[in-house]
Design a protein around this ligand. Sequence first.
Ligand SMILES: Cc1cc2nc3c(=O)[nH]c(=O)nc-3n(C[C@H](O)[C@H](O)[C@H](O)COP(=O)(O)OP(=O)(O)OC[C@H]3O[C@@H](n4cnc5c(N)ncnc54)[C@H](O)[C@@H]3O)c2cc1C
Length: 445
Amino acid sequence: MSSGALPVIVVGGGITGLSAAWELQQRGLPYVLLEAGDRLGGKVQTEHTDDGFLVEHAADAFILGKPYAAQLAREVGLEPDIIHPRDDTKRLYFLKGGRLLDFPQNMKMFVPLDDQSFLDSGVLSPEGARRFLDEVNVPPKAPGDEDESLAAFITRRFGEEALNFIVPLAAGIYVANPFELSMKAAFPQFLALEQKYGSVIRGSRATVRAPGPVFASFRGGMDALAQAIAARLTGEVRLNTQVQQVQADGVVLKGGQHLRGSGVIVTTPSWSAAPMFSQNFGRAAALIGELKANGSVAVVLAYRADQFPGDMHLHGLQVDASEGIHLKAVTVHSAKLHGRAPEGHVLLRVFFKDLDPGFALEEARREVERLFGAHGEPLWHICADWRGRNPAYQVGHLDHLERIRAALPAHIQVAGASYTGVGLPDCVNAGRSAAQVLTEQLSVA
Ligand SMILES: Cc1cc2nc3c(=O)[nH]c(=O)nc-3n(C[C@H](O)[C@H](O)[C@H](O)COP(=O)(O)OP(=O)(O)OC[C@H]3O[C@@H](n4cnc5c(N)ncnc54)[C@H](O)[C@@H]3O)c2cc1C
């Protein structure tokens, strides 16, 4: 297929689609970006309330260990707006047995960098903690192609009790069932440490990075990234434009209009991508349709600081998986990042898995009262309903992805959170990589 003057069609204006369009622009390829909704950014949604709060409906920060999002932010002139979670409020609790324990110091994600503070923290029983630390003596699995679940990996290496501690930390971003979540797709870095160092703990301790921020966000909220990319796109961007079918030579829009393109990059989540392939790429549609989703609800609550008896200068809390409550985590947004709440106020994000939003709101208020002693009504609340909208990477996900790619011609790509990582850096990388692959395809065709 010749690239001619036809544009590459990018379907979806979330971070993946915007990154794909940006990369095509850098490479000098014409493109048109089609977004079904009336705004760009997709799941990245920042709301500025009239009373001076900054509310994130989904992502509130991104990891710096994968450099792609920070790199793109620099390219679109956002470097001066990059901020980091506050060090002075870095306290985190772990809720276990109804008690708020201090989260162990000196951790790299869930891996203790020193034994003593982990043993002292009480987040595991003394036997559970000793078994956890004995991971250094568990022989690595023979290298092979077999995928395994997060739960299988954790119990194999750290013991059964470790599951309740690690799952809220590791599976949190994937809102995942740990017995189904693919290690290869979600946490290849831990598999690599096991293979290279014979132990995740030993490997983590050998690869400690220089001190510095681990996460970043933007002064004006996460939406700033989407807006900054959008402001620098010189190609065509169409809002309120829903793609219905993908064809070998372009797409068909809702309403029947046919738009021709030299290639297509579909960046929408799997559940909206699958129907787009149904008429012309049946096998890809079926395979994409098999990808599963989990759900979550984030309840945002605003209070005056004087509604709390204690100091709310902390980042939040994680809940032990065996606690038997709906609550999964709380982020104290007003203390985690600067500029999220007016002086003298507290802004909380309270996370649940699939739960009716009305019930989640009741639960959130009850738990905030029980755990932090809040009294009186919140000033207002917002329920961000993400039920059925968190991609779930089942064991075998990467092989499944290979089958999806093989079922599509090279000038039609799928990319985004449903396939190669849900975090923003992964989405940026996915969008840009799809654009690179397509550019190479079109130049050799
Ligand atoms: C509650 C929650 C918290 C999160 N927290 C974090 C975090 O702290 N850090 C982090 O890095 N990540 C976080 N994430 C993940 C991250 O926000 C998402 O994975 C990422 O934003 C997905 O981007 P995307 O572009 O792949 O997809 P989306 O954002 O879903 O964008 C897809 C776009 O496609 C459009 N579309 C759909 N169908 C069509 C169609 N037929 N035609 C045209 N357009 C269509 C949609 O309207 C949408 O704009 C969180 C996610 C959630 C839900």
